[in-house]
Design a protein around this ligand. Structure first.
Ligand SMILES: Cc1cc2nc3c(=O)[nH]c(=O)nc-3n(C[C@H](O)[C@H](O)[C@H](O)COP(=O)(O)O)c2cc1C
Length: 296
């Protein structure tokens, strides 16, 4: 049994990538039931009651292990972690922020923590802070990135593996059995999968979002600076976004994006986050089928 599997407690070393504010207990349970590691996304949640409710909903659907992601910029993490530990969640991932102060608490609560990193220097800092494992996310991934020049999964995963002793999980660009096998060849003990699960039958995002992933051509995503923070977000290049990018007078596209298009039903300005691997995704499939093919 690999060290990562010992930490996760599931059958396959495949972690469901957390997706911002999108939580579906049904999807988390379906991922765990299929033998992988379901993951709640708690980065934007502030109240412990909300955490307890989500965990209870997943528990009603599966007795298999699952975890939760917290963002380290969230000031409510102490209470969230206590709630998770009290509810029997054994493993969390930590992202977006410094891991320096949180790992003693994670360990005092009897939990394991896996820190998500985008660069080698962050990997070394996270291990020093006490992270039990790392999710190493290459630049092709969907989600939040830095504005620094960043390395792809192919470069970053073996680079980090050569510098740390904790288990490494590869993320960014992995959607099928070929990517899964490649991750092991690069030195990782498992994978974290975001975009492929976003375009699954159980995913709670809109049908418009899933369709945009399935229709994404090669080169159909780009990084859009987030405005005030020194970060950028990888999103699908819709016709509206392409038009804005070509307009030299538009300085802050992120500020004009519609974060809740479902409210109006108008998806023209929607921000559909997704990774470069969207170009390789041609069907919306149940998570069980995705996982079975991946580990086959
Ligand atoms: C729309 C979107 C939102 C995301 N939100 C989070 C998040 O809340 N926390 C986090 O750690 N990672 C987040 N990620 C990153 C994913 O969990 C995962 O690491 C990444 O998608 C892997 O790359 P892939 O998209 O190529 O599979 C997000 C990714 C996307 C596409």
């Amino acid at each position: 049994m690999s060290e990562l599997i010992e930490i996760l407690g599931c059958r396959y070393p495949v972690i469901q990538g957390p997706i911002g504010t999108f939580n579906s207990p049904e999807m988390v349970a379906a991922v765990s039931e299929a033998g992988a590691f379901g993951m709640l996304a708690l980065g934007f949640i502030s109240h412990p009651d909300e955490v307890k409710k989500l965990v209870d909903e997943v528990r009603k659907l599966t007795d298999k292990p699952f975890g939760a992601n917290i963002m380290l910029i969230n000031p409510h993490n102490e209470k969230i972690l206590e709630t998770l530990a009290g509810a029997g969640v054994k493993t969390v991932t930590t992202s977006v922020g410094s891991p320096k102060d949180i790992y003693p608490l994670i360990h005092d609560l009897g939990m394991k923590g896996i820190h998500v990193i985008l660069a080698l220097q962050h990997a070394i800092r996270a291990v020093t802070a006490g992270a039990d494992a790392l999710v190493v996310v290459g630049s092709e991934a969907g989600g939040l990135r830095s504005l620094n020049s960043e390395s792809s999964t192919m470069v970053l995963v073996p680079l980090v593996c050569d510098h740390v002793k904790v288990p490494v999980v590869a993320a960014g660009g992995i959607s099928d059995s070929r990517g899964y096998k490649a991750a092991f060849a690069l030195g990782a003990q498992g994978v974290q999968v975001g975009t492929r699960f976003l375009a699954s039958s159980e995913s709670p995002v809109s049908e418009q979002w899933k369709k945009a992933i399935v229709e994404c051509p090669d080169g159909g995503t780009d990084l859009i600076p987030s405005g005030s923070m020194r970060t950028a977000e990888r999103i699908l290049l819709t016709p509206w976004i392409k038009q804005k990018m070509a307009d030299p007078d538009v300085k802050n596209i992120a500020a004009e994006l519609d974060r809740n298009p479902a409210a109006t039903g108008n998806y023209e300005r929607a921000a559909f986050g997704a990774g470069q691997v969207s170009a390789r995704i041609s069907h919306i499939l149940p998570v069980k089928a995705i996982i079975e093919e991946m580990v086959s």
